[in-house]
Design a protein around this ligand. Structure first.
Ligand code: FAD
Length: 427
Protein backbone atom coordinates (compact mmCIF):
# COMPACT_ATOMS: atom_id res chain seq x y z
CA UNK A 1 0.00 0.00 0.00
CA UNK A 2 1.55 3.32 -0.99
CA UNK A 3 1.38 6.29 1.30
CA UNK A 4 -1.26 8.78 0.12
CA UNK A 5 0.70 11.87 1.01
CA UNK A 6 3.97 12.84 -0.66
CA UNK A 7 6.08 15.24 1.35
CA UNK A 8 7.75 18.15 -0.41
CA UNK A 9 10.78 19.72 1.29
CA UNK A 10 9.88 23.14 2.68
CA UNK A 11 12.62 24.81 0.63
CA UNK A 12 10.90 23.69 -2.57
CA UNK A 13 7.51 24.89 -1.45
CA UNK A 14 6.28 27.66 -3.73
CA UNK A 15 2.77 29.01 -3.58
CA UNK A 16 1.85 28.52 -7.21
CA UNK A 17 -1.95 28.62 -7.16
CA UNK A 18 -3.25 32.13 -7.71
CA UNK A 19 -6.97 32.19 -6.93
CA UNK A 20 -8.87 33.80 -9.82
CA UNK A 21 -11.14 36.82 -9.42
CA UNK A 22 -14.59 35.96 -8.09
CA UNK A 23 -16.13 36.77 -11.50
CA UNK A 24 -13.54 34.61 -13.30
CA UNK A 25 -10.81 35.94 -15.60
CA UNK A 26 -12.05 37.91 -18.57
CA UNK A 27 -15.47 38.89 -17.23
CA UNK A 28 -16.23 42.41 -18.48
CA UNK A 29 -15.99 44.87 -15.59
CA UNK A 30 -16.28 48.63 -15.50
CA UNK A 31 -13.37 50.58 -14.06
CA UNK A 32 -15.44 51.24 -10.92
CA UNK A 33 -16.25 47.54 -10.47
CA UNK A 34 -12.60 46.64 -10.92
CA UNK A 35 -11.58 49.14 -8.26
CA UNK A 36 -14.21 47.98 -5.78
CA UNK A 37 -13.34 44.33 -6.32
CA UNK A 38 -9.67 45.03 -5.72
CA UNK A 39 -10.57 46.88 -2.52
CA UNK A 40 -12.80 44.03 -1.32
CA UNK A 41 -10.13 41.50 -2.14
CA UNK A 42 -7.48 43.39 -0.18
CA UNK A 43 -9.75 43.91 2.83
CA UNK A 44 -10.86 40.30 2.71
CA UNK A 45 -7.41 38.75 2.41
CA UNK A 46 -5.53 41.02 4.75
CA UNK A 47 -8.08 41.87 7.43
CA UNK A 48 -11.19 39.66 7.39
CA UNK A 49 -9.68 36.23 6.72
CA UNK A 50 -7.19 36.40 9.62
CA UNK A 51 -9.97 37.45 12.03
CA UNK A 52 -12.67 35.04 10.84
CA UNK A 53 -11.82 32.05 13.07
CA UNK A 54 -11.95 34.06 16.28
CA UNK A 55 -15.28 35.75 15.53
CA UNK A 56 -16.67 32.36 14.53
CA UNK A 57 -15.42 30.67 17.69
CA UNK A 58 -16.80 33.41 19.93
CA UNK A 59 -20.01 33.87 17.88
CA UNK A 60 -19.29 37.58 18.22
CA UNK A 61 -19.95 40.36 15.75
CA UNK A 62 -17.02 41.38 13.49
CA UNK A 63 -16.86 44.96 14.73
CA UNK A 64 -13.36 45.54 13.35
CA UNK A 65 -14.47 44.36 9.90
CA UNK A 66 -17.35 46.83 9.92
CA UNK A 67 -14.94 49.58 11.00
CA UNK A 68 -12.83 48.67 7.97
CA UNK A 69 -15.88 48.62 5.69
CA UNK A 70 -16.84 52.06 6.99
CA UNK A 71 -13.36 53.45 6.46
CA UNK A 72 -13.22 52.01 2.94
CA UNK A 73 -16.56 53.68 2.08
CA UNK A 74 -18.27 50.33 1.62
CA UNK A 75 -21.08 50.98 4.10
CA UNK A 76 -22.38 53.45 1.51
CA UNK A 77 -21.73 51.33 -1.58
CA UNK A 78 -25.38 51.41 -2.71
CA UNK A 79 -26.28 54.83 -1.33
CA UNK A 80 -27.00 56.95 -4.42
CA UNK A 81 -24.14 59.26 -5.44
CA UNK A 82 -26.54 62.22 -5.07
CA UNK A 83 -26.72 61.34 -1.34
CA UNK A 84 -22.99 60.92 -0.78
CA UNK A 85 -22.71 57.23 -1.63
CA UNK A 86 -20.88 55.20 -4.25
CA UNK A 87 -24.10 54.62 -6.22
CA UNK A 88 -23.29 50.98 -7.02
CA UNK A 89 -25.93 48.93 -8.82
CA UNK A 90 -27.08 45.48 -7.69
CA UNK A 91 -24.61 43.58 -9.91
CA UNK A 92 -21.69 45.59 -8.58
CA UNK A 93 -22.89 45.02 -5.03
CA UNK A 94 -23.23 41.27 -5.70
CA UNK A 95 -19.71 40.75 -6.99
CA UNK A 96 -18.16 42.81 -4.21
CA UNK A 97 -20.19 40.89 -1.60
CA UNK A 98 -19.14 37.58 -3.14
CA UNK A 99 -15.49 38.65 -2.94
CA UNK A 100 -15.93 39.53 0.75
CA UNK A 101 -17.73 36.21 1.30
CA UNK A 102 -14.63 34.36 0.15
CA UNK A 103 -12.79 35.60 3.21
CA UNK A 104 -15.53 35.86 5.86
CA UNK A 105 -19.00 34.62 5.00
CA UNK A 106 -20.61 36.03 8.14
CA UNK A 107 -19.25 39.51 7.45
CA UNK A 108 -20.51 39.39 3.86
CA UNK A 109 -23.95 38.16 4.97
CA UNK A 110 -24.26 40.81 7.68
CA UNK A 111 -23.06 43.47 5.25
CA UNK A 112 -25.83 42.33 2.90
CA UNK A 113 -28.47 43.19 5.51
CA UNK A 114 -27.05 46.70 5.85
CA UNK A 115 -26.56 47.30 2.11
CA UNK A 116 -30.02 46.00 1.22
CA UNK A 117 -31.58 48.74 3.31
CA UNK A 118 -29.88 51.29 1.03
CA UNK A 119 -30.46 49.41 -2.21
CA UNK A 120 -34.17 48.90 -1.57
CA UNK A 121 -34.77 52.51 -0.59
CA UNK A 122 -32.39 53.83 -3.26
CA UNK A 123 -32.07 52.49 -6.82
CA UNK A 124 -34.84 49.97 -6.42
CA UNK A 125 -37.43 52.45 -5.11
CA UNK A 126 -36.58 54.79 -8.00
CA UNK A 127 -37.95 52.17 -10.40
CA UNK A 128 -41.32 51.87 -8.66
CA UNK A 129 -44.55 53.77 -9.21
CA UNK A 130 -45.28 56.52 -6.69
CA UNK A 131 -47.52 59.55 -6.75
CA UNK A 132 -45.60 62.82 -6.64
CA UNK A 133 -46.59 63.21 -2.94
CA UNK A 134 -45.29 59.74 -2.13
CA UNK A 135 -42.05 60.37 -3.98
CA UNK A 136 -41.53 63.69 -2.20
CA UNK A 137 -42.15 62.01 1.16
CA UNK A 138 -39.79 59.17 0.28
CA UNK A 139 -37.13 61.64 -0.82
CA UNK A 140 -37.35 63.44 2.55
CA UNK A 141 -37.19 60.24 4.58
CA UNK A 142 -34.42 58.53 2.68
CA UNK A 143 -32.27 61.68 2.73
CA UNK A 144 -32.18 61.30 6.51
CA UNK A 145 -31.43 57.59 6.33
CA UNK A 146 -28.69 58.01 3.72
CA UNK A 147 -27.13 60.87 5.65
CA UNK A 148 -26.83 58.69 8.74
CA UNK A 149 -24.93 56.11 6.69
CA UNK A 150 -22.93 58.29 4.30
CA UNK A 151 -21.95 60.99 6.80
CA UNK A 152 -22.06 59.26 10.14
CA UNK A 153 -21.21 55.65 9.22
CA UNK A 154 -24.28 54.20 10.90
CA UNK A 155 -25.16 50.51 10.47
CA UNK A 156 -28.60 49.12 9.59
CA UNK A 157 -29.92 45.62 10.24
CA UNK A 158 -32.76 44.07 8.30
CA UNK A 159 -34.95 41.88 10.47
CA UNK A 160 -38.04 40.54 8.75
CA UNK A 161 -38.20 36.92 9.95
CA UNK A 162 -40.81 36.15 12.58
CA UNK A 163 -41.12 32.38 12.61
CA UNK A 164 -44.42 32.54 10.72
CA UNK A 165 -45.39 32.40 7.04
CA UNK A 166 -44.74 36.15 6.79
CA UNK A 167 -41.04 36.01 5.92
CA UNK A 168 -41.91 33.65 3.07
CA UNK A 169 -44.27 36.35 1.78
CA UNK A 170 -47.32 34.18 2.44
CA UNK A 171 -48.92 36.15 5.29
CA UNK A 172 -48.81 39.68 6.72
CA UNK A 173 -46.03 40.38 9.23
CA UNK A 174 -47.22 39.87 12.78
CA UNK A 175 -45.27 42.88 14.01
CA UNK A 176 -47.77 45.72 13.94
CA UNK A 177 -47.39 49.48 13.52
CA UNK A 178 -50.24 51.61 14.82
CA UNK A 179 -50.52 55.19 13.57
CA UNK A 180 -50.39 57.83 16.29
CA UNK A 181 -49.80 61.57 16.26
CA UNK A 182 -46.42 62.31 14.71
CA UNK A 183 -45.41 58.71 14.20
CA UNK A 184 -46.05 55.03 14.81
CA UNK A 185 -46.09 52.61 17.73
CA UNK A 186 -44.60 49.20 16.99
CA UNK A 187 -45.25 45.92 18.78
CA UNK A 188 -43.93 42.51 17.87
CA UNK A 189 -41.00 40.13 17.71
CA UNK A 190 -38.34 39.39 15.11
CA UNK A 191 -36.17 36.28 15.06
CA UNK A 192 -32.76 35.84 13.44
CA UNK A 193 -31.89 39.53 13.38
CA UNK A 194 -28.33 39.56 12.05
CA UNK A 195 -26.24 42.44 13.46
CA UNK A 196 -28.29 42.36 16.66
CA UNK A 197 -26.53 44.51 19.22
CA UNK A 198 -24.19 45.94 16.56
CA UNK A 199 -26.63 47.86 14.37
CA UNK A 200 -27.56 51.48 15.05
CA UNK A 201 -30.93 51.05 13.30
CA UNK A 202 -33.16 48.05 12.64
CA UNK A 203 -35.13 48.13 9.38
CA UNK A 204 -38.27 46.46 10.68
CA UNK A 205 -40.83 45.05 8.27
CA UNK A 206 -44.24 45.22 9.88
CA UNK A 207 -47.92 45.55 9.05
CA UNK A 208 -50.02 48.64 9.47
CA UNK A 209 -52.46 47.94 12.29
CA UNK A 210 -55.81 48.26 10.55
CA UNK A 211 -58.86 46.05 10.01
CA UNK A 212 -58.57 43.40 7.27
CA UNK A 213 -54.83 43.93 7.02
CA UNK A 214 -52.94 42.09 4.29
CA UNK A 215 -49.44 41.83 2.85
CA UNK A 216 -50.22 45.03 0.91
CA UNK A 217 -50.16 46.90 4.24
CA UNK A 218 -46.49 46.09 4.88
CA UNK A 219 -44.44 48.99 6.24
CA UNK A 220 -40.68 49.31 6.49
CA UNK A 221 -39.49 51.26 9.54
CA UNK A 222 -36.09 52.28 10.87
CA UNK A 223 -36.07 51.65 14.63
CA UNK A 224 -33.11 53.18 16.51
CA UNK A 225 -31.20 50.73 18.70
CA UNK A 226 -31.81 52.92 21.75
CA UNK A 227 -35.57 53.35 21.27
CA UNK A 228 -37.47 52.79 24.56
CA UNK A 229 -39.29 49.43 24.42
CA UNK A 230 -36.77 47.87 22.04
CA UNK A 231 -34.75 44.93 23.37
CA UNK A 232 -32.58 42.04 22.20
CA UNK A 233 -33.06 38.66 23.84
CA UNK A 234 -32.10 35.00 23.57
CA UNK A 235 -29.04 32.88 23.01
CA UNK A 236 -26.96 32.77 19.85
CA UNK A 237 -24.97 29.56 19.51
CA UNK A 238 -25.73 28.20 16.02
CA UNK A 239 -24.02 25.77 13.65
CA UNK A 240 -22.80 28.33 11.15
CA UNK A 241 -22.69 32.02 10.24
CA UNK A 242 -22.01 32.52 13.91
CA UNK A 243 -20.52 35.99 13.58
CA UNK A 244 -23.82 37.37 12.23
CA UNK A 245 -25.11 37.34 15.85
CA UNK A 246 -28.72 36.95 14.74
CA UNK A 247 -30.62 37.17 18.02
CA UNK A 248 -34.29 37.91 18.73
CA UNK A 249 -35.72 41.42 18.85
CA UNK A 250 -38.66 42.42 21.01
CA UNK A 251 -40.63 45.57 20.27
CA UNK A 252 -42.93 46.66 23.06
CA UNK A 253 -44.78 49.92 22.39
CA UNK A 254 -41.80 51.32 20.50
CA UNK A 255 -42.53 54.83 19.25
CA UNK A 256 -40.87 56.01 16.04
CA UNK A 257 -41.43 59.34 14.31
CA UNK A 258 -43.06 59.58 10.87
CA UNK A 259 -39.68 59.99 9.21
CA UNK A 260 -38.71 56.47 10.36
CA UNK A 261 -40.71 55.13 7.41
CA UNK A 262 -38.10 53.82 4.99
CA UNK A 263 -40.66 53.31 2.24
CA UNK A 264 -44.06 54.94 1.77
CA UNK A 265 -47.18 52.87 2.43
CA UNK A 266 -47.60 50.08 -0.14
CA UNK A 267 -44.12 50.43 -1.62
CA UNK A 268 -42.57 47.34 -0.04
CA UNK A 269 -45.39 45.20 -1.44
CA UNK A 270 -44.84 46.73 -4.87
CA UNK A 271 -41.07 46.15 -4.60
CA UNK A 272 -41.47 42.50 -3.58
CA UNK A 273 -43.86 41.91 -6.50
CA UNK A 274 -42.09 43.92 -9.21
CA UNK A 275 -38.41 43.76 -8.22
CA UNK A 276 -38.02 40.10 -7.16
CA UNK A 277 -34.22 40.10 -7.48
CA UNK A 278 -34.19 42.16 -4.26
CA UNK A 279 -34.23 38.80 -2.46
CA UNK A 280 -31.31 37.42 -4.46
CA UNK A 281 -28.98 39.65 -2.45
CA UNK A 282 -28.64 36.92 0.19
CA UNK A 283 -26.75 34.71 -2.25
CA UNK A 284 -23.42 36.56 -2.88
CA UNK A 285 -21.96 35.69 0.53
CA UNK A 286 -22.50 32.02 -0.36
CA UNK A 287 -21.07 32.44 -3.88
CA UNK A 288 -17.91 33.60 -2.10
CA UNK A 289 -17.95 30.54 0.16
CA UNK A 290 -18.27 28.25 -2.89
CA UNK A 291 -15.21 29.87 -4.46
CA UNK A 292 -13.30 29.70 -1.17
CA UNK A 293 -13.96 25.95 -0.82
CA UNK A 294 -12.61 25.39 -4.31
CA UNK A 295 -9.57 27.64 -3.73
CA UNK A 296 -8.78 25.86 -0.48
CA UNK A 297 -8.99 22.44 -2.13
CA UNK A 298 -6.67 23.31 -4.98
CA UNK A 299 -4.12 24.90 -2.64
CA UNK A 300 -4.38 22.00 -0.16
CA UNK A 301 -3.95 19.27 -2.75
CA UNK A 302 -0.95 21.15 -4.15
CA UNK A 303 0.57 21.25 -0.65
CA UNK A 304 0.31 25.03 -0.49
CA UNK A 305 -2.55 25.73 1.92
CA UNK A 306 -1.31 28.06 4.69
CA UNK A 307 -1.10 26.33 8.05
CA UNK A 308 -0.71 22.83 6.58
CA UNK A 309 2.40 20.71 6.03
CA UNK A 310 3.85 20.97 2.51
CA UNK A 311 2.35 17.69 1.42
CA UNK A 312 1.15 17.15 -2.15
CA UNK A 313 -1.89 15.02 -2.82
CA UNK A 314 -2.66 16.18 -6.32
CA UNK A 315 -1.19 13.22 -8.23
CA UNK A 316 -4.04 10.82 -7.38
CA UNK A 317 -6.69 10.45 -10.10
CA UNK A 318 -9.49 10.44 -7.53
CA UNK A 319 -8.36 13.87 -6.29
CA UNK A 320 -8.19 15.17 -9.84
CA UNK A 321 -11.69 13.94 -10.57
CA UNK A 322 -13.02 15.50 -7.37
CA UNK A 323 -11.43 18.85 -8.27
CA UNK A 324 -12.82 18.60 -11.80
CA UNK A 325 -16.31 17.99 -10.38
CA UNK A 326 -15.87 20.95 -8.06
CA UNK A 327 -14.68 23.18 -10.89
CA UNK A 328 -17.64 22.25 -13.10
CA UNK A 329 -20.09 22.93 -10.29
CA UNK A 330 -18.36 26.21 -9.45
CA UNK A 331 -18.50 27.39 -13.07
CA UNK A 332 -22.20 26.47 -13.34
CA UNK A 333 -22.88 28.37 -10.12
CA UNK A 334 -20.89 31.46 -11.07
CA UNK A 335 -22.39 31.66 -14.56
CA UNK A 336 -25.95 31.54 -13.30
CA UNK A 337 -25.14 33.93 -10.44
CA UNK A 338 -23.68 36.57 -12.76
CA UNK A 339 -26.42 36.22 -15.35
CA UNK A 340 -29.23 36.49 -12.80
CA UNK A 341 -27.74 39.61 -11.21
CA UNK A 342 -27.05 41.14 -14.63
CA UNK A 343 -30.73 40.86 -15.52
CA UNK A 344 -32.07 42.19 -12.21
CA UNK A 345 -34.55 44.99 -12.85
CA UNK A 346 -38.09 46.13 -12.30
CA UNK A 347 -40.73 43.90 -13.94
CA UNK A 348 -38.42 41.15 -15.16
CA UNK A 349 -39.92 38.64 -17.57
CA UNK A 350 -41.20 35.35 -16.21
CA UNK A 351 -38.17 33.63 -17.70
CA UNK A 352 -35.82 36.01 -15.87
CA UNK A 353 -37.72 35.57 -12.60
CA UNK A 354 -37.54 31.78 -12.79
CA UNK A 355 -33.81 32.10 -13.52
CA UNK A 356 -33.40 34.24 -10.40
CA UNK A 357 -34.98 31.48 -8.27
CA UNK A 358 -32.78 28.93 -10.04
CA UNK A 359 -29.71 31.06 -9.33
CA UNK A 360 -30.55 31.38 -5.64
CA UNK A 361 -31.16 27.63 -5.34
CA UNK A 362 -27.97 26.81 -7.24
CA UNK A 363 -25.72 29.14 -5.25
CA UNK A 364 -27.08 28.05 -1.88
CA UNK A 365 -27.10 24.32 -2.55
CA UNK A 366 -23.83 24.25 -4.49
CA UNK A 367 -21.95 26.25 -1.87
CA UNK A 368 -22.69 23.49 0.59
CA UNK A 369 -22.01 20.73 -1.96
CA UNK A 370 -18.63 22.24 -2.86
CA UNK A 371 -17.69 22.36 0.82
CA UNK A 372 -18.80 18.76 1.24
CA UNK A 373 -16.70 17.64 -1.73
CA UNK A 374 -13.78 19.71 -0.45
CA UNK A 375 -13.73 17.95 2.92
CA UNK A 376 -14.22 14.53 1.37
CA UNK A 377 -11.35 14.91 -1.04
CA UNK A 378 -8.92 16.83 1.15
CA UNK A 379 -9.40 14.40 4.01
CA UNK A 380 -9.32 14.35 7.78
CA UNK A 381 -6.48 16.79 8.35
CA UNK A 382 -8.34 19.44 6.35
CA UNK A 383 -11.28 19.65 8.72
CA UNK A 384 -9.34 20.81 11.74
CA UNK A 385 -10.59 24.01 13.33
CA UNK A 386 -7.22 25.61 12.67
CA UNK A 387 -8.13 25.65 8.96
CA UNK A 388 -11.00 27.55 7.32
CA UNK A 389 -12.65 24.60 5.55
CA UNK A 390 -14.79 23.34 8.42
CA UNK A 391 -16.09 26.90 8.99
CA UNK A 392 -16.89 27.22 5.28
CA UNK A 393 -18.76 23.93 5.50
CA UNK A 394 -20.83 25.04 8.50
CA UNK A 395 -21.49 28.52 7.10
CA UNK A 396 -22.49 27.11 3.72
CA UNK A 397 -25.22 24.99 5.33
CA UNK A 398 -27.14 28.15 6.26
CA UNK A 399 -27.64 29.41 2.69
CA UNK A 400 -30.59 27.20 1.81
CA UNK A 401 -32.43 28.29 4.96
CA UNK A 402 -32.60 31.98 4.14
CA UNK A 403 -36.18 33.15 3.67
CA UNK A 404 -37.99 34.19 1.57
CA UNK A 405 -36.11 32.18 -1.06
CA UNK A 406 -35.08 29.03 0.79
CA UNK A 407 -34.03 26.13 -1.43
CA UNK A 408 -37.41 24.51 -0.81
CA UNK A 409 -39.35 27.64 -1.64
CA UNK A 410 -37.32 28.16 -4.82
CA UNK A 411 -38.35 24.67 -5.95
CA UNK A 412 -41.91 25.44 -4.95
CA UNK A 413 -41.95 28.69 -6.95
CA UNK A 414 -40.17 27.35 -10.02
CA UNK A 415 -42.42 24.29 -10.23
CA UNK A 416 -45.65 26.21 -9.78
CA UNK A 417 -44.79 29.22 -11.92
CA UNK A 418 -43.37 27.06 -14.72
CA UNK A 419 -46.59 25.08 -14.97
CA UNK A 420 -49.15 27.81 -14.41
CA UNK A 421 -49.58 31.18 -16.10
CA UNK A 422 -50.99 34.04 -14.01
CA UNK A 423 -54.61 33.42 -13.08
CA UNK A 424 -54.69 29.81 -14.29
CA UNK A 425 -56.44 27.23 -12.08
CA UNK A 426 -57.31 23.60 -12.57
CA UNK A 427 -60.93 22.50 -12.90
C1 FAD B 1 -27.27 32.79 9.80
C2 FAD B 1 -28.64 33.32 9.58
C3 FAD B 1 -28.82 34.68 9.53
C4 FAD B 1 -30.09 35.22 9.34
N1 FAD B 1 -30.26 36.56 9.32
C5 FAD B 1 -31.50 37.08 9.13
C6 FAD B 1 -31.72 38.49 9.14
O1 FAD B 1 -30.80 39.29 9.28
N2 FAD B 1 -32.98 38.93 8.97
C7 FAD B 1 -34.02 38.09 8.82
O2 FAD B 1 -35.12 38.56 8.67
N3 FAD B 1 -33.85 36.75 8.83
C8 FAD B 1 -32.62 36.24 8.97
N4 FAD B 1 -32.44 34.87 9.00
C9 FAD B 1 -33.63 34.01 9.02
C10 FAD B 1 -33.90 33.25 7.77
O3 FAD B 1 -34.11 34.10 6.67
C11 FAD B 1 -35.15 32.40 8.00
O4 FAD B 1 -36.22 33.23 8.35
C12 FAD B 1 -34.98 31.40 9.08
O5 FAD B 1 -33.87 30.58 8.82
C13 FAD B 1 -36.26 30.57 9.12
O6 FAD B 1 -36.15 29.62 10.13
P1 FAD B 1 -37.46 28.87 10.68
O7 FAD B 1 -36.98 27.69 11.40
O8 FAD B 1 -38.33 29.81 11.41
O9 FAD B 1 -38.16 28.47 9.34
P2 FAD B 1 -39.65 28.00 9.12
O10 FAD B 1 -40.49 29.20 8.84
O11 FAD B 1 -40.04 27.06 10.19
O12 FAD B 1 -39.49 27.23 7.77
C14 FAD B 1 -38.74 26.02 7.67
C15 FAD B 1 -38.62 25.70 6.21
O13 FAD B 1 -39.93 25.45 5.70
C16 FAD B 1 -40.08 26.07 4.41
N5 FAD B 1 -41.20 27.02 4.44
C17 FAD B 1 -41.33 28.10 5.24
N6 FAD B 1 -42.48 28.74 4.97
C18 FAD B 1 -43.09 28.06 3.98
C19 FAD B 1 -44.30 28.23 3.29
N7 FAD B 1 -45.14 29.22 3.53
N8 FAD B 1 -44.60 27.31 2.31
C20 FAD B 1 -43.75 26.28 2.04
N9 FAD B 1 -42.60 26.07 2.70
C21 FAD B 1 -42.27 26.95 3.65
C22 FAD B 1 -38.77 26.77 4.08
O14 FAD B 1 -38.03 25.98 3.20
C23 FAD B 1 -38.07 26.87 5.40
O15 FAD B 1 -36.67 26.77 5.27
C24 FAD B 1 -31.19 34.34 9.19
C25 FAD B 1 -30.98 32.95 9.23
C26 FAD B 1 -29.74 32.43 9.42
C27 FAD B 1 -29.56 30.95 9.46
Amino acid sequence: MTNVAVAVPTAERRPGYAPPPIVGEGFPLTEGQRRLLALASELGRERFAPRAAQYDRDASFPVENFDDLREAGLLRICVPASHGGLGADILTYAIVAAELGRHCGATALSWNMHVSSTLWTGALADDLDMTSEMRAEHERHRALHFERIARHGRIYAQPFSEGSAAAAGRAPFGTLAAKVDGGWVLNGKKIFASLSGAADYYGILCTEDRPDRSVRDTLYMAVPADAPGFSIVGEWDPLGMRATVSRTLILKDVFVADDAQLMPRGLYYQAASRWPHMFLTLSPAYMGIAQAAYDFTVAYLRGEAPGTPPVKRRMYPTKQIAVAEMRIRLEQTRTLFLRAFAEAKVDPSKDERLRAYAAQHTVMENANELCRLAIRTCGGQSMMRSLPLERLYRDSRCGSLMLPWTAELCLDRIGREALYEAGEVDD
